[in-house]
Structures are given as C-alpha cells and as structure tokens.
Design a protein around this ligand. Structure first.
Ligand code: DOR
Length: 437
C-alpha cells in the first residue's frame, strides 16, 4: 500500500493544463484536484512551480548488456534513465551478441524487470544485424517486442528491407531505421561540408541519410508497413518524413537531443566526445530541427544514449567509436530546444512521453504483458508512471555525478535549464529532489 501526493504543480493533460495535486494510491493515479487532503502515511512531494505529467519514454537507449557491461548495464542504464525522468525505455539490440532471438530478448526483459522502471526491448531486424537474413521477428514479437531495428547501421539492401517490412506488417509491429547509406558515408567521421574540409576530416554527407529516408518512404508506400525513422539529423530528412505523413503514409520520426543542441563547429576541438552517427550537422540544420520540433513536425525526442568505456572514447578521433550519453540530460535539452520559457508544456510531454509511448505501443490501450502503461493523459485510473519537471531551475552537468557507468557526455560543465525533480515509476517514488531514492 503506497500513497503518494504530488502537491501544487501544473498537471499537464493531452490538450490542457491545470494547477492541482495528484494523488497516487497502490500504483494508480487516484485523483487530480485542488488542495487535496494529505492521506495518513502518504509521501508528499512538493511540485510547486513544476510540470507534472506522464513519465518520459525513451525509444532509443543503448544499454550495452550483454557484452559491453564495462560501459553500461541494464541496471545502470535504467537508473540513469530514472534520474532523467524516464519511466520506460526501449533497449537497443546492438549488444554483443545482438538481440536477434527470443532467448536474448527474454534475458533483457527479465533483467529489466528488476530495475525501478519498465525496460522494453527492440529486436534486431536481421540476424546478427548483418543485413542479409531476417531475424525471427514473430518469435520476438510473441514476447512483446513491438519495435525492430538494426540500429548502429541501417539495413542497406533494399530487398531485405522490403522483405522485413512485408513480414512485419501482419505482426502489428513497427520497424525503425538508422538511416545512413554506408557506401556514401564510408570512411566519414563528421558531417561533410566546409567544416570537414577545413578540419581535414572525411565527411559523412547529409545525402547518405536522406537517400535512405527517401528509399524507405517508398518501401512503406509499397508494403503499407509502419516505419519509424531514428535520430534524423538534417532539415531535409524531416521535411521528407513530414511530406510522407501528409500523404497518409504510416511513418514517424525522432530526433536526438544532441542534434537539437550542437552543430558541427564543435568538431574543431577534435574531441571524440562529439563524434556520433549520424554526425552533428550544420547550424542551419540545428535551427531547422528546432523549428520543426516547436511546430510539432517531429514525433519524438529520443536520446540515442550511447555509453562507451573511457579507453575507447579516448582514442584518436578517427578511431574512437561514435556515440554520446543522453538519458540524464535529454529532458533539459528538449526544454531548451522548445524555447525554455516559451516552451509549450503539452508539446514537451508529447515529444518526450505520449508520442514515444504510442510508437513503442506502451500505452494503456496497447495490451502487452509485463509492462505498465506509459504516456497517459493524467486521468484517474491510469498506472502511476509520472514525472515532476522543474522548468525554473538551472543546473550544471557533472560527469562524475552521472548514474551511467560511462562518462562520455559532451555537456560536462555546461549549465542547462529545467530539471527532473521527481519520478514515480511502477507506482513508487524512484527519484526525489533530483536524486534516486
Ligand atoms: O553514434 C551512435 N552510436 N550512433 C548509433 O546509431 C549507435 C550508437 C552506439 O551504439 O554507440
């Protein structure tokens, strides 16, 4: 029997917000109202000045287990996610070995169930993520997997991608594509353009991403199977997906916080912390992505949380692996990308919680064993997965203070705006005053 009262915040519903208290009883949101009485024995959390909404849902977390536990484990990744306000995350399948079969999916789900939040799994599209033979999608779907991707690399062969989409359609699952044509991107370590010329680094052209977006939109048209575009980084990619949506095609897209906050000029330091795939793009792309986010043209912000051990990220720029941490600062960066004081709180919860929950089929209406419901509308009866976000606070990222096992954040020492104050996940207070309980 747990009773929790979130007192005095702005409760953010789907279309409107209201000031009030939120009462949680035995794992469910029980009441929303003004000046609710404090039940005996309740844990009271001060939400004054804060936004209170559905816990965030991350579509894109690399948890590295099995195989790279020195960088992250399911447990450490889940704790990092909780501090970042996530009540549910989707674990990416580019582990070692890849999550390309039911036994490995079951392993990750079982480990995830011991963490304070819900851990869902994205299965690989192809065996070993090698791009040639389909993985047993139906066996993984039977365990509740609803997203499939070879992320880290895109499915290069259009015939394989077509077959995957045709096969996935009757399973009621969604494929998710890492869009980069490996032949066009070959050897590249940053965005191709004036900066790569100046720095003498081989570039990964925007076209490498956009060509695969274009190709896959046509494959969706052919097969009718839904597709989610992962970490889009160029203005044109987002415009292509928007045009496809307007045609009625079942496509969705996400952007990563780093593509909303950093442009390619930071590569002038040659610091491998800024190396990521797809690469940081031009300042014009960053501005266009932010404008699209504000305009509601991007479904979700997803972290692409990519922990790497220090000995790898300290390698020379050309040799270091791509990727940076995301879970613990994504909400703050999203808040700033939405304009901070001008940010619309409905949009904030749409891109961080409600839309990703819909894409991952984690809402109450999506029947799935083993997981609670996420991305709710803050109405009584819902599972209590709720975050309290303080939009007024400023804080400084310190890599030593992160919950993640890795420290490869490019934001160390940076002041950010807005921070998660509390998280209720699986009906329990998991984060209070910004700290794990
Ligand atoms: O930079 C990246 N790192 N992009 C990806 O798509 C994969 C990720 C990783 O797993 O490290």
């Amino acid at each position: 029997m747990t009773t929790i009262l979130l007192r005095g915040g702005t409760v953010v519903g789907e279309t409107s917000s209201s000031r009030g208290d939120v009462l949680i009883k035995d794992g469910r949101l029980s009441e929303v109202g003004d000046s609710l009485a404090v039940p005996k024995g309740a844990t009271v959390i001060d939400a004054e000045g804060c936004w209170v909404g559905p816990g965030f849902v991350d579509l894109h977390a690399h948890l590295r287990e099995p195989g790279r536990e020195e960088a992250e484990t399911i447990d450490s990744g889940a704790r990092a996610a909780a501090v970042g306000g996530y009540s549910a995350i989707v674990a990416m399948p580019n582990t070692e070995p890849a999550l390309d079969n039911a036994a490995l999916v079951a392993y990750v789900l079982a480990r995830g169930a011991t963490t304070p939040i819900d851990v869902a799994v994205a299965g690989a599209i192809t065996q070993g993520r090698l791009g040639s033979h389909l993985a047993p999608l139906a066996e993984m779907a039977a365990l509740g997997v609803r997203l499939f991707t070879d992320d880290g690399i895109g499915v290069q062969d259009p015939a394989v991608m077509r077959r995957a989409l045709s096969y996935a359609k009757p399973l009621d699952v969604r494929l998710a594509q890492h869009c980069e044509d490996e032949q066009l991107a070959a050897g590249g370590t940053m965005n191709e353009g004036p900066w790569s010329s100046r720095l003498g680094l081989v570039g990964r052209p925007a076209l490498a991403e956009e060509l695969m977006v274009l190709r896959d939109i046509e494959l969706v048209r052919l097969t009718g199977c839904p597709l989610h575009f992962l970490h889009l980084s160029t203005a044109r990619s987002v415009a292509l997906v928007l045009a496809a949506k307007r045609e009625g095609l079942p496509v969705t897209c996400e952007v990563a916080p780093h593509h909303l906050s950093l442009d390619e000029s930071v590569l002038a330091t040659f610091d491998p912390l800024f190396k990521v795939h797809p690469p940081l793009r031009s300042a014009e792309d960053v501005d266009a992505l932010r404008a699209s986010l504000v305009a509601g043209e991007i479904d979700a912000v997803a972290t692409d949380h990519a922990p790497h051990a220090p000995e790898l990220k300290d390698l020379p720029f050309d040799e270091a692996p791509p990727g940076m941490l995301g879970l613990e600062h994504a909400a703050s960066l999203t808040f700033s990308a939405l304009g901070a004081e001008t940010a619309n709180e409905q949009r904030f919860f749409s891109v961080l919680s409600r839309a990703p929950a819909r894409i991952a089929q984690l809402r109450a209406s999506d029947v799935r064993p083993a997981h609670g419901a996420h991305g709710g509308s803050m109405t009584p009866g819902e599972d209590a997965n709720i975050v309290v976000f303080d939009p007024t606070v400023r804080w400084t990222v310190s890599r030593e203070a992160l919950q993640s096992r890795a420290t490869n954040t490019p934001y160390d020492g940076r002041e950010l705006r807005g921070r998660v104050r509390a998280l209720v996940a699986k009906g329990q207070v998991v984060v209070s005053e910004g700290q794990l309980t």
